[in-house]
Design a protein around this ligand. Sequence first.
Ligand SMILES: Cc1cc2nc3c(=O)[nH]c(=O)nc-3n(C[C@H](O)[C@H](O)[C@H](O)COP(=O)(O)OP(=O)(O)OC[C@H]3O[C@@H](n4cnc5c(N)ncnc54)[C@H](O)[C@@H]3O)c2cc1C
Length: 477
Amino acid sequence: MSALKALQTEFPASQILLPETEAYKTSNSTYLAQQNSDIKPAAIFQAADAKDVVKFIQLVSPFTKDEDFAFAIRGAGANPLPYGNNIGETGTTLDLSRLDEIDVGENSVSIGAGARWGAVYDALDGTGRGVSGNRSAKGGIGGLALQGGVSFFSSREGFVCDNVLNYEVVLASGEIVNANAKENSDLWIALRGGGNNFGVITRFNLRTFPQGRFWGGSVYYFGPSFPSQVEALVSELNKPDATKESHLMISAGFSHLFGPQAMCMNQVYYTQEVEKPDVLEPFVSVSPQIDSMNSMRMMTLKEAASEQAAASQQVRCSYMNATVKADAETLKQAYEFYTSSVATINTTTEGLTCSLTFQPYALSFLESSASQGGNSLGLDTSSGSLVSVLLLSYWSKREDDQKIKETMRGVLEKIEQDSNERGTAVSFKYMNYASEFQDPISSYGSENKKRLQDVSRKYDPQGLFQKAVPGGFKIFP
Ligand SMILES: Cc1cc2nc3c(=O)[nH]c(=O)nc-3n(C[C@H](O)[C@H](O)[C@H](O)COP(=O)(O)OP(=O)(O)OC[C@H]3O[C@@H](n4cnc5c(N)ncnc54)[C@H](O)[C@@H]3O)c2cc1C
């Protein structure tokens, strides 16, 4: 008997998708990154509810000991890390997409692990309340709520994981437990940043807050203005009275759609119903800009997330990241490294669209994060505001995979070396933007890593989620 046979004796064929069937092909083609769709598991198991997840764990566990059976856990599949959410041909992918129920409560929302954020925002629309979630309607809940999560509201509300009141978890034993501030609180904190290392989360409860419409959107402009935008960003972040209501994200990059010159984009929001607030003025009035692409307007959460989702489509994709202190010289130098390296591959890579994105972890963001019960990320306010440096690339052809990754890794290493020399480097690597050569768990610091290992030993003594779920970022050694 194999693990697959064991599953087939207990579940109908409609829940166990096999290669060559249309259902399998459809499901496996819906990853964000083509690289993950290229991976072909022996089967895709579609759980219908938490009890199915329990049965799945109980049925496959015996085969993980002697037979090397392994599985992947998939939320929406919006993370491009190869094998993070899919597994090769000896394994099975546990697909949670059918667990998509959403219940709106008075001060919280309960979200099934397979839901996408667009459905959550639809459910909240018109209630006068918002939630910390993905800025794109297409993104999935699991990756975001287990690996950090930056939202439109982060300067006020912290990471998405800080807003999780309860995780419903299927442990390695098959037991369903709740992890919250009162029950299994060590597990609750570990899950806030610990990824897929402790169990399968079947339901997430997130706090909601009063939220009306807000003002924001995107502004497109040209490379020569980027250094002054970096200065404006750092100046705002370092103000003693910086507002908690702004969300600033500035990017420079290249796209086959725009030709060989660097293009830049500010995605900026003020999360109160205030038209053209002063704080956004430097980022909105940048000149020259492409007026026809300026989308600044008053919008609901649902509309803001739909605008960001419009940009995504399935192609090859890679993320990698670093964190630095809010220092203009470090960021301007990063821009120089990026543009000079990427200019060499820009016109020779089919379908390339890539960007260097600066997203602040503003001081108020870090303060809010620290005030909500704790997480495993290891960030604090001692270095002031920080900036996440994300290198994001999309391209068309497999034969360019190596070239893109090597070029981007080279740029990242230069940024890291330079920021180390300036004393502006911060060890934190954001798991949702990390590449396979990075080690976000170690970047949380040795104390946090040890705490995660202790929690793993307590809730998963046989190490099922370490050995039998090889994808994602693991916490041992
Ligand atoms: C268009 C777009 C917009 C984005 N916007 C943002 C943004 O605004 N803010 C931000 O911070 N990031 C953003 N990201 C990055 C995104 O947060 C990550 O890619 C995230 O991991 C996707 O979540 P997912 O549920 O689809 O994860 P998946 O790709 O399905 O899984 C990611 C990891 O989480 C694990 N996992 C997922 N669900 C569970 C579960 N229920 N139980 C146990 N383990 C689980 C998987 O095993 C895997 O290791 C964006 C990405 C895209 C493509």
